[in-house]
Design a protein. Structure first.
Length: 252
């Protein structure tokens, strides 16, 4: 069963000298329960596609069928995605309060229990709840951002370059955390990245984007071992397949 289906999506922006075709006829299907990778160079349209799927941005043409209203996003920058004036408890609780149709008491035992359960899931101590974002490292902030996203029990999450600003050791910790959460909660994930090593490490299937188009889609194993499109071949050659095979081994 497909949780997401995109049909012939087009999104154009007016540049100084030309029309930029961010999406130029993109069709895509994401199976329920999958960890689906979207890879390509900067400016190819990956983030635009993610925003349109979530309804943050409107397409010019085509349609998106998202078989759930329970969707969330984890952004790229862990330093700017959390309100610096809010304590971690309030950051996490905010999603629950926004989701409920009634006023939720922030001090209720049920609210506290749900927030503490998420802290256990993202592997942070309970003392974190009384602190502010600036008191945490980049990796810890991204854990908090992930916790905020999954606290409302979404069925679909877009992760937009969530580890690109982190060093390799912390990247792997966050990727393994996402894997664990996906298995425990059964979440479908669209994982956007320019990094082929990261996609290979965490995703089941992958779509390759180039200049606003999907040029190749398939299982990670098939695409990485037998790429059909010249752009995919060039990406893999530039990334070095041997380096991708060894990615993370020294930390696992």
């Amino acid at each position: 069963m497909n949780l997401v289906r995109c049909e012939d999506l087009k999104k154009y922006f007016s540049g100084k000298a030309r029309i930029v075709k961010a999406l130029d006829g993109v069709s895509l299907e994401i199976e329920k329960g999958s960890f689906f990778g979207l890879v390509g160079e900067s400016g190819c349209g990956k983030t635009t596609l993610g925003k349109i799927i979530l309804g943050i941005m409107r397409q010019d043409y085509g349609r998106v069928i998202l078989e759930t209203k329970k969707a969330q996003v984890v952004f790229q920058d862990p330093y700017n995605s959390l309100d610096p004036k809010m304590k971690i408890f309030d950051i996490l609780a905010e999603g629950l309060i926004a989701r409920e149709s009634f006023i939720v008491n922030r001090l209720s035992s049920d609210m506290k229990r749900k927030v503490e359960e998420i802290l256990d899931l993202i592997k942070l101590p309970k003392e974190a709840l009384d602190k502010y974002p600036h008191q945490f490292s980049g990796g810890e902030r991204q854990r908090i951002a992930i916790g905020r996203a999954v606290l409302t029990k979404p069925e679909f999450i877009v992760c937009d370059e969530p580890v690109s600003s982190l060093d390799v050791t912390i990247q792997l910790q966050i990727l393994n955390l996402l894997k664990d959460i996906q298995k425990k909660l059964g979440i479908t994930c669209l994982f956007i990245s320019h990094d082929l090593k990261v996609i290979k490490f965490i995703c089941d299937k992958v779509a390759v984007m180039f200049r606003g188009k999907i040029v190749e889609t398939g299982s990670v194993r098939d695409i990485y071992s037998s790429p059909a499109h010249s752009y995919t071949k060039a990406l893999l050659k530039a990334a070095s397949y041997d380096n991708m095979k060894n990615y993370g081994r020294e930390y696992l």
